[in-house]
Structure formats: structure tokens, C-alpha cells
Design a protein. Sequence first.
Length: 117
Amino acid sequence: QVQLVESGGGLVQAGGSLRLSCAPSGRTFYGYDVGWYRQTPGMEREFVARMRWSGGTKEYADSVKGRFTISRDVAKNTAYLDMNLLKADDTAIYYCRANRGNGPVYWGQGTQVTVSS
């Protein structure tokens, strides 16, 4: 069982920036794929960004390309989502996701991001 702990959400004005963090409690991200998803009320959870912890290509939803960056700090065992040029449409609960191969998918508890226009 992997418990993902997220932080960094909050209220920001349109055009502003936020950084979200995600770390696994009690273990390392080694070997995992780590991603970020978001969800608004009444809508399905949608993909935002993902990466392999080992490095390599990062993937982004079209709606966030050029504005959001997923990254990692191996020494801190923490994944990040840097969000710039935020828009009101980015308002959502953001979830960290991790899985390894065909193993179970783990989710964080979610962190609220609210962008005021």
C-alpha cells in the first residue's frame, strides 16, 4: 500500500502560479510512473501530466501544455506540478497518482486549486 501525501493547493488570481507537491509515505517512488489528474464537481477525473520516475518523456494534456511542468526531486522523493499562467478553468481538485507496471494505482487525497478571475 502506498499513501500519497499532497500539498500546495490554494487560492490564486488568474495569471498567477502555484506549485503542488506529492510524496509517498514510507517508501520511494523508484520504479513508479507518477502523474497528476484533476476533477471538478460533476465531471470525471481528467489527466493533467505524467512522467516516469526513472526519467524520460513527460506527457501533458493539451489544455496545460506550455503552462504546467511536472518534475521530480529524487533526493527528496517528491514529485511536483508547477502551474503557471493559471486560468479560472484550471480550478479543480488536483490528485497525485502513482503506479508501477500493472500493479495497483494509488491516489493522493487531493488538493484544492482555485483560480479567481
